[in-house]
Design a protein around this ligand. Structure first.
Ligand code: SF4
Length: 375
């Protein structure tokens, strides 16, 4: 922790650097709390470069909280499609509806009201309220925690509850009370650019003279590594039912209320979105899929059908390494399945589906191309 006499110089140097070198990002050209909130949600677990086109399309389509609150969830998921972690989009819309119902469509200005919204925790609330309304709330996320750990040469697992609380106190103490919006963005910018996880660029750092990690030559090794959850292998079999018009069947998102954390929980793996009939397997995928189809498709009980293997698809979701064995089954006419919807296989990429479903659709389309050429 810095000595209090150093605070003024430390703050001035960091703020001057930020104001001179900050990246020009679309959400930095506004003080609209809705847009700042949206950017913060999109930036969770996702790189800035990947977020920019999604952010721009999203604000074009839903320019304010009222518009976002009114549209069907499926429309929001369609705009989010490809960005992943779809619970973020669902919570965003739930919160928008709550803001319309309880705050007249204006993002709340009080911390407790912001924290009562779905998907908003301490970091998010501090970021939005400080940047949009100038509230004196210091942000603490992984980037800022890394900077603070290096500045103070802090060892150990930063996510451990007591250590995280201590870091929050340090972040609160460093916050510039005159410019909380710029201060928080400056800390995040330093963590995202010069003080990146690998190879911190200490020679260019505006606060290098205060950095204990640099003085002890241990900056790059901080923060110390957390124990990673062991990877779990999951095998799935999925079926693409296709008719002669190129239509396929997708099953609806699960309405299950309780979230399960079993590694092979299919609704979780397909991000609770429209998906191909899929089953978790431990033995022969074709045999187990055939058994699954007999239960699930009345027509499959009696009719003979050919399962055409489509190779293997790999995917990962958090700690799970997933191998999917997709199969194609051709029908003259698609069978009736309650609540399923028929969609053109070629158009699946433009629907609100998970990346796993999109990869299976790609495998089916790739297999269909040589067939089409032969005709
Ligand atoms: S001197 Fe290096 S390690 Fe310390 S805060 Fe700056 S970039 Fe990070």
């Amino acid at each position: 922790m810095l000595h209090s006499r150093d605070f003024a110089v430390f703050r001035r140097q960091l703020l001057d650097w930020f104001r001179q070198f900050r990246r020009d990002l679309p959400w930095r050209r506004t003080r609209d709390p809705y847009r700042i909130w949206l950017s913060e949600i999109m930036l969770q677990q996702t790189r800035v470069a990947a977020v920019i086109p999604y952010y721009e399309r999203f604000v074009d389509r839903f320019p304010d909280i009222h518009t976002l609150a009114e549209v069907p969830e499926e429309e929001v998921l369609r705009q989010w499609s490809g960005l992943g972690y779809y619970s973020r989009a669902r919570n965003l819309q739930k919160a928008a509806r709550q803001i319309v119902a309880q705050h007249g469509g204006q993002f709340p200005t009080k911390l407790d009201e912001a924290l009562a919204l779905p998907g908003i925790g301490n970091y998010m609330a501090a970021a939005i309220l400080s940047i949009a309304y100038g509230e004196r709330l210091a942000v603490l996320d992984g980037n800022v925690a890394r900077v603070l750990a290096r500045l103070g040469a802090l060892r150990g697992d930063l996510r451990e509850s007591r250590r995280w609380q201590e870091l929050q106190k340090v972040a609160d103490a460093y916050l510039d009370p005159e410019s909380p919006a710029d201060w928080n963005q400056a800390m995040m910018e330093l963590g995202a650019t010069l003080c990146a996880p690998k190879s911190p660029q200490c020679l260019l750092c505006p606060v290098a003279q205060f950095c204990e990690g640099r003085k002890l030559s241990i900056a790059e090794s901080l923060p110390e590594k957390r124990k990673k959850r062991a990877t779990v292998e999951v095998t799935l079999a999925a079926v693409v039912l296709r008719d002669t018009n190129g239509l396929t069947l997708l099953l609806p998102p699960s309405q299950e209320k309780n979230m399960q954390d079993a590694p092979d929980h299919i609704p979780t793996l397909v991000s609770r979105m429209w998906h191909f009939p899929t089953v978790s397997v431990t033995g022969n995928p074709a045999q187990q899929l055939r058994r699954f189809l007999r239960d699930f498709l009345p027509v499959a009980k009696h009719a003979k059908f050919q399962l055409e293997p489509l190779g293997k698809v790999r995917h990962s979701v958090t700690y799970r390494a997933i191998t999917i064995a997709p199969f194609l089954v051709n029908f003259k006419q698609l069978p009736r399945v309650p609540n399923a919807k028929r969609v053109p296989l070629r158009e699946i990429s433009s629907l609100p589906v998970s990346n796993l479903t999109r990869k299976v659709a790609c495998a089916a389309l790739a297999a269909a191309i040589p067939l089409a050429k032969k005709r």
